[in-house]
Each structure stands twice: as C-alpha cells, then as structure tokens.
Design a protein around this ligand. Structure first.
Ligand code: SF4
Length: 387
C-alpha cells in the first residue's frame, strides 16, 4: 500500500455550518474532473485551467473558495459566478459512536435521512467503510441494514461526502475505501462508479483503485456490467478495483434461506459471472466474504462444499465471525469454531483469512449498520437548503 497523502493541517476549517465559498444550488461533489471541466465550459466558457484548479484545491486541501485561488485572481467576476453556481456544503455529523477499534459516524442528508460510515484503523493505514444507499433492498436475514428496508440510493456527491468528512473534518487520513456499509452498490452502480472516479483521481483525493473494494451480495447483472468496465485500466476503466462477493453459504438451500438474492441468482449463475470477471494482475483475487453463523454454515461439510464451489476461481475467502444484529436469531461461533472452519477450508485447498471484527460493541461492525427508527418514521423533514 502506498504511503498516505498527509491531511493538510493548514487547510481552512470546513464542515457543517462553515461557509465554504460555494453557495449555489449544484453540489460540486458529484462532478468528476472531466465533468467539472465540461460544466465550466458550458456555463462560463472556461476550461480545465480554472476547473482543474478548483478540483485540486477542493479535494487536496478541502479549500473551495475560487476567489482565493491564484488562477481566478485576474477574473473576480468568474469566481463570483462559480460561487453562485456550485455548492460545497458537507452534511452535518448527526452522531459518532465507537471505540479504539472502529467508530462510525452518521451524516444527516439534505432530506433528513442519514448515511453511515465507519473508520477502521488497520495496522498501517486507516480504512473507511462507506454506504451506497440508505437502507437496502436485499433482505439478508442476518444484517441490521435489511431491517430498515430500502429508503433511497445515495447520489455520487453524497457518497464522496462521506470520505470528505472523514478526511477533512475528522482529520482521518483515509487510504482504503470499502463499499460495505449500508446498501448494495450494484443496485446503485452508476453513482458508485462516478464516486470511485472522483475518489481515485490523482489530481484530487488520489485513493488508488486498488485500495477501493466494491462489495456485492452477488448481484449478477451488476457483476456482468462491472466486468465489461473492468477490462480497461484507470482512469477510464476499473481494472484495478477490487471486487468482494458475499458468499456466506456452501449451497443454494442455505443461501436462499439467509440471502433472498439467491432465489433470483443461484450459486451456478453467480459462478458463471465470476468466471467472466477479469482480474488484471496475477496476484489479484476475487474476495469471497463468508459470515460464519453458528450452526448454520460452519460445519466441516460446509467448508468442503465451499472449497469445491470455488475450485476453479482465483478467490480468497474472508471469514467473518458473525456480528449479531439487534434481536438476531443467529449466533456467533466461538473462536475455536472459527479456527476449525479456517483449517478445514485450507485443508480442502481453499486460501482463506480470518477477518478481525472491529466495532461490534458499538454496532459499527460489518452487517450492523442501520437505523430502524428511520424506517418507522415517515419521510423525515428535509433540511433547510443551504443559503
Ligand atoms: S448484507 Fe449488504 S446486501 Fe445484504 S441486506 Fe445487508 S447491506 Fe444489504
């Protein structure tokens, strides 16, 4: 992993309630570099010189006032027009909870809904788990997010804002991003890919595609669509993006019981899609997430079935001891049970790792995000528009 870009301590203070300079209606965080350049051309008859300066300043320093940039010094009326056209207003932090192993923060969106993100300190870097939707349609029975149902998808700007808040407001140097928060990324793929274009742009946040993981429940149409885009390298393609798939079961019978998506796309359909997924480098893997549920999917026979299923795929299984959702009917296997499953898989010839669980006591761990109260309330009152 490359060394982190330092957080610029000299950058102006930004965050909820702090005027940024950009007070217009159009959220600037939804534009990638080329898109912003095209907008400058369309709206102001200007190009990359000005748009690029603003893009770099915004993402590298969190500084968004065009009037403070040398590229705009000869043209104050352009700076004024840009201020009035675009908005840079990070969402309010509605809550923050966690411990030294991980903490999650909640962002209040403009319509009153919330996104949830989790900062996870690793040995050498910090990882950020982000959401792609508010709630989720997929209904996995072990997952807290599923309990709140699907409320809506996040747009690209709302996805990028989660990283901007972590990096520039909370001053966390983020080097790794995983789409494993609320929602199924393949169900909102266009916005997710646009966000990845922005996050990975070397002229901005510069988070390498190889440090971004898109995790799917096994949405076969989405995997096929991404496979076509993963044939080309960055910046226009997604060949370095890492793909993780929630497998979680050794066979269709168990998987359909705990993951309704398996009724639409069986394991054979999933495997066919994964066979067609291009891996750019010989040391790249498909990451298969396997949540261990005590007494459901954690026997020796299950390990052998999993190894057999993955036999001709270049896959690494990440074993995740279950983090119980509220009122969960499922249990977490003990340490010994996890170690046994690991050994059985390895003996059957399947490479695997045990993923450490962080933040479970704060409901910040994998599968524990979501706010059921949002589902119970009617659509929340919209936030006052930025003025
Ligand atoms: S595990 Fe992922 S895909 Fe399944 S319900 Fe939860 S958020 Fe959705």
């Amino acid at each position: 992993m490359r060394s982190p870009d330092p957080v610029d301590a000299s950058a102006p203070s930004i965050g909820p309630g702090v005027p940024s300079g950009l007070i217009g209606p159009d959220d600037i965080l939804r534009y990638d570099y080329d898109g912003l350049t095209a907008e400058f051309d369309r709206r102001f008859g200007k190009g990359e010189y000005h748009a690029g300066a603003l893009f770099r300043s915004l993402y590298r320093r969190g500084a968004s006032d065009p009037g403070a940039l040398p590229e705009f010094s000869a043209n104050p009326s352009l700076a004024q027009s840009v201020r009035g056209a675009f908005r840079y207003s990070l969402p309010e932090i509605a809550g923050r909870v966690g411990d030294e192993t991980a903490y999650k923060f909640l962002l209040r969106l403009r319509d009153g809904y919330e996104s949830e993100s989790v900062v996870i300190p690793m040995r050498q870097y910090k990882s950020l788990c982000i959401s792609s939707q508010v709630g989720c349609k997929m209904g996995c029975t072990f997952c807290e997010t599923a309990q709140m149902g699907y409320l809506r998808s996040l747009d690209a700007g709302e996805i990028v804002a989660q990283v901007m808040v972590a990096r520039h407001v909370l001053k966390e140097p983020i080097q790794n991003v995983v789409f494993m928060g609320m929602g199924e990324p393949m169900d909102n793929l266009d916005n997710v890919l646009q966000a990845i274009r922005i996050l990975s742009d070397q002229r901005g946040l510069n988070i390498a595609q190889s440090a971004i993981t898109l995790s799917t429940v096994g949405h076969v149409d989405g995997i096929n669509k991404l496979a076509a885009l993963a044939k080309n390298p960055p910046p226009h393609g997604f060949s370095r993006l890492r793909l993780a798939v929630s497998l979680n079961a050794p066979n269709d019978e168990i998987r359909s019981r705990i993951m309704p998506v398996n009724r639409q796309w069986k394991l054979a359909d999933l495997k066919e899609a994964l066979r067609g997924y291009p891996l750019a480098h010989k040391d790249d893997f498909l990451f298969m997430e396997y949540v261990l549920l005590a007494g459901v999917n954690d026997s020796r026979e299950h390990a052998i079935e999993v190894a057999e299923y993955l036999r001709d795929l270049r896959a690494c299984v990440n074993l995740i001891p279950y983090n119980p959702r509220l009122e969960s009917p499922f249990g977490r296997p003990d340490k010994e049970g996890v170690a046994h499953f690991y050994r059985w898989l390895m003996e059957a010839g399947q490479y695997c790792r045990i993923r450490g669980t962080k933040g479970k006591d704060a409901m910040a761990a994998c599968g524990q995000l979501g706010n059921r109260a949002l589902k119970r309330t009617a659509r929340p009152a919209a936030m006052a528009p930025a003025s």
